[in-house]
Design a binder for this molecule. Sequence first.
Ligand SMILES: NC(=O)c1ccc[n+]([C@@H]2O[C@H](COP(=O)([O-])OP(=O)(O)OC[C@H]3O[C@@H](n4cnc5c(N)ncnc54)[C@H](O)[C@@H]3O)[C@@H](O)[C@H]2O)c1
Length: 288
Amino acid sequence: MAGSAEVFGGGTAVITGAAAGVGAGLARHAALALGMNVVLADVDETALERTCSDITDDGGRATPAVVDVRDAAAVQNLADRVTKESGPLRLLVNNAGVLQFGYLWDTPVVNWERLVAININGVFHGIRAFMPHLLTQSEPAWVLNMASIGAVTAWPLQTPYIMSKHAVLSMTECLHQEVALAGARHIHVSAVLPGAVTSRIFDDAGGVDSGDLTAAEQEREAMFQVRERAISPQEAAETILQQAADGEFYIVTQPGSVLAAMRARAEQLAARRSPAAARSRFTAPRPK
Ligand SMILES: NC(=O)c1ccc[n+]([C@@H]2O[C@H](COP(=O)([O-])OP(=O)(O)OC[C@H]3O[C@@H](n4cnc5c(N)ncnc54)[C@H](O)[C@@H]3O)[C@@H](O)[C@H]2O)c1
């Protein structure tokens, strides 16, 4: 089986949400270990410049693009520009995502709308902008959409996030079928389902400003504990790009826990069992 450097080396990659965390790990690995020309797209200009210079200082090819994935026109502009300047695209990773803690009924409308706009619309904007270019090129291309173990798990106090990751998984499964239907055998579509990866996603996640603030913040604390067992973005990146090179549709960074969650979900649905209480190992209180 081909190594990831053989498959991706020398090609151009676009990674959204690449200034930090999982996206930055993917960008570093793609540029430095695989020799890709990487365009890092992110809304955080300062972090973006820093991550790009870290990569170029280490000898990699990295270009920053300040892009908000909520803005369909900005993503379209990115796709047109990269394709014009760099030629065929080898890899697109629709990675940008944010998280939200708290009871669904306490969730501020603005937080809900922001999360949906980034986690779901952002992936759609990437597909809509890049796919027409990929369909007309003859070189092979890989499209990875960042879901999560949360895409196959029901998890209270993170409902908007969990819902969005189910949407990304579903969008990616249907996209995979559509690419086959369109006869585009050179385009490989995959869903990425990481378990915990070290990043600032829990620090930067939204909370609630009325209702049960304690439940929201205790859930954030519980996730800080989960993060202590997380893998590094570097490790995640190596696994993700090797599994993509191997042709996996469901890319899992921690096969033990993620495949167990997939099995549990399939069995729960087939047995028509209602979602089990998920909190026993954490300290989240019962609603008052
Ligand atoms: N860290 C984990 O444990 C974990 C697990 C499973 C899935 N994921 C997924 O991985 C992806 C990256 O998460 P992370 O943990 O690296 O988070 P992170 O917060 O470290 O990084 C997210 C990046 O996305 C950028 N971003 C946010 N809004 C944006 C927008 N509107 N347009 C462009 N960029 C934007 C941020 O500036 C940041 O650089 C997310 O989709 C997340 O759901 C993460």
